[in-house]
Write a protein that binds this ligand. Structure first.
Ligand SMILES: *[C@@H]1O[C@H](CO)[C@@H](O)[C@H](O)[C@H]1NC(C)=O
Ligand SMILES: *[C@@H]1O[C@H](CO)[C@@H](O)[C@H](O)[C@H]1NC(C)=O
Ligand SMILES: *[C@@H]1O[C@H](CO)[C@@H](O)[C@H](O)[C@H]1NC(C)=O
Ligand SMILES: *[C@@H]1O[C@H](CO)[C@@H](O)[C@H](O)[C@H]1NC(C)=O
Ligand SMILES: *[C@@H]1O[C@H](CO)[C@@H](O)[C@H](O)[C@H]1NC(C)=O
Ligand SMILES: *[C@@H]1O[C@H](CO)[C@@H](O)[C@H](O)[C@H]1NC(C)=O
Ligand SMILES: *[C@@H]1O[C@H](CO)[C@@H](O)[C@H](O)[C@H]1NC(C)=O
Ligand SMILES: *[C@@H]1O[C@H](CO)[C@@H](O)[C@H](O)[C@H]1NC(C)=O
Length: 518
């Protein structure tokens, strides 16, 4: 992971942005009665363990003995080095993931509050940076998720506890917050509820030479005319669609150019994107690619995994304003749910609906396992661990993993490894085994999170499917649903899983199928 972000920083340095990886700064972690060296990405338990203040949280019954850690506030602080205070420069703080309830201060001024582990957070701190008199100190005060969510639930919702009386603290209320739900105990998971800067964080300074920073990028590769959930026409050319989310001010009449190189570095194409469209936060464009130029990506056992390095440049005139790099593959994958045809019935298939995957127009058996979080502490999941796990998948003759909800959306570097090894990832939104609140504040959270995740992951050929969540319909029907009085429950379920989430998928990608519940 470190290597990947290093490459990105170098690439951006080429267009003279000042991107500071906050993981390289010296952090301290302060709790109710102690201060220790901190780090980022990390979580309070890990830094306390590293400092010898607590033992291994997973040893014996330490999880229950260390409840005071999850019931305390923990503040991560650092001084950002190399920050310019020049008037013409604008400054942003960008967090790819904060776990979960944080109050952020910079130069002794309030920046913002966060309450969703699953989205990127970004803050324009230009005015604070310019007027900063002291050293540019950044601090994030993380509240106790266990305590905060209990308050939210008790104040908020009359439906709380309607299922089976008073819940144990272990399972209390987790559906009222956007935090890894297995952090609060699951049949396989201890109740640790960690807190911290769990994903990379950056400060970015922009100037007139490099006025924008691309914070997220959508690349959608599909056959011309393709629609979600429907097997596409394999004789059609590829459409390569790009939509970049940027921070800063992009000059009007900017354009996009795509460069595609094969694994050996040979240039496959170098062309301006057409149909350019630019708003104050995104720039988009697409091209048609002759299928003869590229080789198909297949899951392991069915073919090879050719990957291409895509560089997308934002240009103003001849000048490169910003650029991003993503590794992509060319394949179609569909979960076919269409009615069984008469032709299929003639082959002996029972009438009803199909439920099978098709890759590049070929039906195949999806053979796989259920992937829960490989560690309750994500910041210590590393490439060695994932490669070992994925090698076992391939050796075991499997070709798909279900990325179980309710852990967390996988970081992109794990999809990168799956792309290389030909492992499809059945990917779920983080909703599981509960009735989720659906007032307008929550719906806005779900929308922001789902849009960010769909766009972030879409270029990976290993992405097989988006699913609304885990065991939702089973749990709803068994525990919550009264068929004589479907009312609010049915409406809320349909709103989240059959309107909002499917909308987040369909409005950003044409290449991926969606189903509401595993
Ligand atoms: C972090 O602390 C070490 C030891 O005091 C120091 O050598 C180093 O320069 C510091 N790094 C930053 C980015 O401030
Ligand atoms: C800090 O407070 C907690 C909870 O009161 C206690 O269990 C722990 O031992 C204390 N740690 C230190 C280093 O004093
Ligand atoms: C936790 O586990 C360690 C072993 O790493 C043990 O020595 C320690 O006493 C345990 N208890 C606590 C509260 O950390
Ligand atoms: C700050 O800039 C110096 C000199 O360019 C560089 O060596 C150092 O790594 C930078 N520090 C950080 C935290 O980026
Ligand atoms: C604990 O953290 C929460 C969330 O950041 C914050 O609102 C609250 O003020 C903090 N409490 C203390 C005592 O620091
Ligand atoms: C939604 O519910 C939460 C939790 O009860 C509450 O904090 C929030 O204010 C509600 N939002 C609206 C718009 O009612
Ligand atoms: C990766 O994590 C494992 C523990 O799961 C550790 O033993 C190993 O040293 C780590 N590898 C690297 C390269 O950091
Ligand atoms: C490209 O993706 C964007 C979504 O970000 C969408 O609005 C646009 O219609 C897509 N273009 C094509 C050609 O599919």
């Amino acid at each position: 992971m470190k290597t990947l972000s290093y490459i990105l920083v170098l690439a951006r340095a080429a267009v003279s942005q000042n991107v500071i990886d906050l993981g390289n700064e010296n952090w301290t972690l302060t709790g109710p009665n102690i201060t220790v060296p901190g780090s980022a990405p990390s979580q309070a338990h890990l830094d306390l363990f590293a400092a010898g203040v607590i033992g291994d949280p997973l040893y014996g019954e330490n999880d229950t003995e260390l409840l005071w850690v999850q019931r305390s506030n923990w503040t991560y602080s650092t001084v950002i080095s190399n920050l310019s205070q020049a008037d013409e420069i604008s400054t942003w703080l960008i967090f790819d993931g904060l776990d979960t309830f944080a109050s952020i201060n910079f130069c002794n001024q309030f920046v913002g509050n966060t309450d969703n582990q699953f989205r990127q957070w970004y803050f324009d701190v230009t005015n604070i940076a310019r007027s900063c008199k002291d050293e540019p100190k950044l601090s994030l005060n993380f509240g106790s998720a266990t305590k905060i969510v209990k308050e939210i639930a008790e104040n908020g919702d009359p439906l709380l506890n309607s299922a089976d009386g008073v819940p144990t603290e272990e399972f209390c209320c987790k559906e009222y917050m956007r935090k890894e739900q297995s952090d609060f105990g699951w049949d396989w998971a201890p109740k640790i509820a960690p807190a911290g800067i769990w994903q990379p964080a950056r400060s970015v300074q922009l100037n007139s030479a490099s006025p924008v920073y691309v914070r997220n990028a959508l690349i959608d590769i599909f056959r011309k005319g393709q629609m979600n959930n429907i097997p596409p026409d394999q004789s059609q050319p590829w459409i390569f669609n790009v939509s970049l989310d940027y921070l800063g001010t992009l000059p009007r009449d900017s354009s996009l150019r795509v460069f595609l190189n094969d694994a050996g570095g040979k240039s496959i194409l170098d062309r301006p994107l057409e149909n350019a469209y630019q708003s104050t936060s995104t720039i988009e464009g697409s091209i048609t690619i002759d299928p003869k130029l590229v080789d198909l990506w297949w899951p392991t056992g069915l073919g090879s995994q050719p990957l291409y390095k895509a560089t997308i440049k934002i240009l103003h005139g001849e000048k490169t304003v910003s650029e991003i790099h993503r590794r992509v593959g060319f394949r179609t994958v569909v979960l076919n749910l269409l009615p069984v045809t008469e032709e299929q019935q003639a082959q002996g298939i029972a009438p009803g609906s199909n439920f099978h995957f098709e890759v590049n127009g070929h039906e195949f058996y999806a053979k796989g396992s259920n992937l829960v979080p490989p560690d309750v502490f994500w910041p210590r999941v590393n490439e060695t661990k994932i490669r070992n796990l994925f090698e076992a998948v391939v050796v075991g003759n499997q070709n798909m993993l279900r990325v179980w909800s309710s852990g967390a959306y996988l970081p992109s570097w794990i999809y990168d490894i799956a792309d290389e090894m030909g492992i499809f990832l059945w990917s779920e939104f983080e909703f599981s085994d509960a009735e989720y609140p659906a007032n307008s504040s929550y719906l806005a959270q779900y929308e922001e999170e789902a849009t960010y995740q769909v766009r972030r992951i879409n270029h990976h050929p290993s992405l097989a499917l988006w699913v609304g969540g885990n065991e939702l319909e089973q749990i709803m029907l068994s525990y919550f649903f009264d068929p004589d009085n479907p009312g609010t429950l049915l409406r809320e379920y349909e709103h989240i899983f059959l309107e909002l989430l499917i909308g987040a998928v369909y409005s950003n990608t044409k290449s991926i199928s969606y189903i509401p519940s595993s």
